[in-house]
Ligand binder design. Structure first.
Ligand code: PLP
Length: 382
């Protein structure tokens, strides 16, 4: 089988083999329902409590509770739909949010809420001055992502949450941390963020598990009602194997040697950046290296469609992303903002590095891009 060079780790990551072992054991040996009264269940219930604390430690969470969900999408939907809001209050949502925030925001708008979208700059982060202009005391909910899944750009959520609370002290501030958690240091205690969404499959954990952190005293109602699990906040039998897998993934990504992993991702991305810049004519780097997660590099190539280049690279076993925002359907949200000219507009590729990547893979990728771009754009050169 052809070797795969996987550079789409912002879409999802390969599961860590240790996570598979832990989950297999929980699935086969420890299948008991944590709500039951026998000793086996009590042990499971205690392990869930421990996992919650491990993840809160990794978030440097202030007083509050962490609720397990089915992933980033459910955490974001819970925040948007179920956080307390005034019917006539304003809701501010970043223009570059992931669809699991953007679509609920549009639904809230359809329900009659006053939803305003905060403009973003070319690197995909919210423009702070324009954000300030949207603030007034009627704001009841804000949702701004920590790091952009399209560009890797990092929003200063400490600053944005502080600015919000200064003008609207009762507003609830939510941040989608799915692309930031495990990639940059997260310290919620240094912010005024009330709700924070995370997901396991972006950090070599299992798919279908995530969490929503809720700061003490912040009013959020459940999205799902039923047996009252998760302190009544998220009914449904606890996904114990995935919770344990998530806990391990968090330890591996954040609590053990974070600095080393951060430096490796940073170094590989820097190398990719330098290599593309020196070998590929007219490519434009969209990611702002000085203010982004270390694993994402989004690049616009000249006179080629991102999708076409993606499929050409696939033939070499190289897997990359196009970045949904950069495809034609999302024109109104992103293209103008990315400030790209005609020739680069459709040529956006998102490279995202993971812990399994090797330095020499980057040389192979840049070599393949060079060869393919020559072939794909040959007719236009004549
Ligand atoms: N938020 C961001 C920024 C994401 O990148 C993703 C996944 O692509 C999600 C939310 C959704 O997370 P999940 O796949 O766990 O539902």
């Amino acid at each position: 089988m052809k070797k795969i060079i996987y550079l789409d780790n912002a879409a999802t990551t390969a599961i860590n083999p240790e996570v598979v072992k832990i989950m297999t054991d929980a699935l086969t040996e420890n299948y008991y329902n944590p709500s039951a009264l026998y000793a086996q269940s009590i042990e499971i219930s205690d392990n869930i409590k421990r996992a919650r604390e491990t993840i809160k430690t990794a978030l440097h969470a202030p007083e509050g509770e962490l609720y397990f969900t089915s992933g980033g999408t459910e955490s974001n939907n819970t925040a948007l739909f179920r956080a307390r809001k005034q019917k006539n209050g304003k809701i501010i949502v970043g223009m570059g949010e992931h669809d699991s925030v953007f679509a609920p925001a549009n639904e809230l708008k359809a329900q009659g809420y006053d939803v305003k979208f905060a403009p973003i700059d070319a690197d995909g982060t919210v423009n702070v001055e324009q954000f300030k202009d949207l603030l007034d005391e009627s704001v009841s909910l804000v949702s701004i992502m920590h790091a952009s899944n399209e560009t890797g750009g990092v929003n200063d959520i400490a600053l944005l949450s502080k600015l919000t609370k200064k003008v609207a002290p009762k507003a609830i501030f939510h941040s989608d941390g799915v692309q930031a958690f495990g990639k940059i240091p997260v310290n919620l205690r240094n912010t005024e963020v009330d709700l924070y969404s995370i997901s396991a499959h972006k950090i070599n954990g299992p798919k279908g598990i995530g969490a929503l952190f809720v700061r003490k005293g912040v009013s959020v109602k459940p999205l799902l009602y039923g047996g009252g699990q998760e302190n009544g906040m998220r009914s449904g039998t606890e996904n114990y194997p995935s919770i344990l897998g998530f806990e391990y993934a968090v330890k591996n990504a954040i609590l053990n040697d974070f600095d080393k992993k951060y430096s490796q991702m940073f170094k590989y991305r820097e190398y990719l950046y330098a290599s593309l810049s020196s070998n590929i004519e007219n490519c434009k780097i969209i990611t702002d290296i000085s203010n982004s997660v270390p694993n994402i590099l989004t690049v616009a190539f000249d006179k080629v469609r991102g999708e076409v280049l993606l499929h050409s690279l696939e033939r070499y076993g190289i897997l990359v992303g196009t970045g949904s925002a950069c495809s034609s359907h999302h024109e109104s949200r992103f293209k103008a903002l990315l400030e790209l000219d005609e020739n680069h507009r459709d040529g956006v590729i998102r490279f995202s590095i993971g812990e399994q990547n090797e330095m020499d893979e980057i040389d192979e990728v840049v070599g393949a891009i060079k060869t393919e771009l020559f072939t794909l754009t040959k007719f236009r050169r004549i």
